[in-house]
Design a protein around this ligand. Structure first.
Ligand code: DGJ
Length: 349
């Protein structure tokens, strides 16, 4: 394995932290707070065992997105076998926001209970006074029990299948106990309102759910996006008065073509756009048909005088989870009527 010095990150290669250790923050997201970036992600261990959570959520910090300081484990899995986040659970795609009303950092993540595969489909929440933790686990749930969606936005894509079910079969089935919540991301709007977006309804439909003012609960106010389109790995941003989303299809750890969507408001209407990817990853020969070998996890706003946006992808290595790699590519919102994510060899920042 080739090791590079920090400051020369190459997409899909080893990305060393300041100690020279490959960054261990998969399915991650980034918080910018008081002049510093905080990168939260899944801490993986070697082998296939690393696909379950044996350690917790890892956090790194950086002033410049190049030199990353290992800040340790922000949220640890529990040794208590009765805890929802006991060691051996599946804890994926952690994301953090700062709530300026409460002064707290709030972490949401996708949780699967130990020994139950992916059937639990819950989201977990934890809170901390510091961006680097320790975060205190508050609980897990299936959101929005008893609440019907504000709206449903359909994709015009012809590939949609409902597998013989009505398009709202799973929504109705899960109404009493709360909706399924798997791949997820957090988004904070300009007015400070926060949203959780997650793959729901057996991964067939995205739900975009408004959080309470303290970010610790769901409000019951949500929209359904693209029923039957089976989007995973959602990542959101707001640019030029519009909201933009990058997602993947649903093929486990294997790559598939990225998707994009836009809306004038978070509550919609959402419109599906063409695959945003262009170019080829020379290391594996993969281009837009397989998202360069990656899967979306987050859209980073780089806080320069003229902010720009970077799409973050994971290149999963499920046979040796700790060796998963990162691909950060610039998003071009100017060249066409839809965003373009072009391959570059170097990490874009
Ligand atoms: C795809 C998801 O995007 C990942 O986060 C993970 O849940 C894998 N599926 C598991 O197969």
């Amino acid at each position: 394995m080739e090791t590079q010095r920090f400051g020369t990150f190459l997409n899909g290669e080893i990305w060393p932290d300041q100690q020279g250790v490959h960054i261990n923050a998969h399915g991650g997201g980034i918080l910018f707070h008081q002049g510093r970036y905080y990168w939260y992600g899944e801490h993986k261990v070697a082998g296939t065992a690393g696909n379950a959570a044996l350690v917790g959520v890892h956090v790194y910090s950086s002033p410049d997105l190049m030199a990353w300081k290992d800040e340790g484990i922000a949220l640890s899995v529990s040794e208590d076998p009765t805890s929802d986040i006991c060691k051996g659970c599946v804890l994926e795609r952690p994301k953090v926001l700062f709530n300026s009303r409460t002064g707290k950092f709030v972490l949401w993540f996708h949780l699967e209970l130990r020994g139950r595969g992916y059937e639990a489909a819950r989201c977990g929440v934890a809170v901390s006074d510091s961006p680097v933790g320790p975060f205190r686990f508050l609980g897990s749930l299936r959101p929005n029990a008893g609440a019907l969606p504000r709206a449903t936005h359909f994709s015009a894509n012809p590939d949609i299948e409902f597998d013989g079910h009505e398009q709202d079969y799973f929504l109705k089935r899960d109404l009493p106990g709360g909706q399924m919540a798997r791949d997820m991301s957090l988004f904070q709007d300009e007015d400070g309102t926060a949203y959780l977006i997650f793959a729901s309804e057996e991964n067939r439909t995205l739900h975009l759910s408004r959080l309470s003012d303290d970010y610790l609960a769901h409000t019951g106010d949500y929209v359904r996006i693209f029923p039957g389109r089976s989007n995973e790995a959602p990542a959101l941003c707001a640019v030029q008065g519009h909201y933009w989303m990058i997602t993947s299809g649903c093929t486990g750890w294997a790559p598939n073509p990225a998707r994009a969507a836009t809306a004038p408001s978070l509550t919609g209407p959402w419109t599906e756009l063409p695959n945003p990817c262009r170019g080829t990853n020379p290391a594996n020969g993969l281009g837009p048909e397989k998202t360069f070998g990656g899967q979306s996890t987050f859209i980073l706003r780089v806080e320069t005088p003229h902010p720009h946006y970077v799409a973050l992808f994971d290149l999963w290595r499920p046979d040796n989870a700790i060796d998963g790699r990162y691909i950060w590519l610039p998003i071009d919102f100017t060249s066409e009527s839809h965003p373009i994510v072009r391959w570059t060899d170097r990490q874009a920042i």
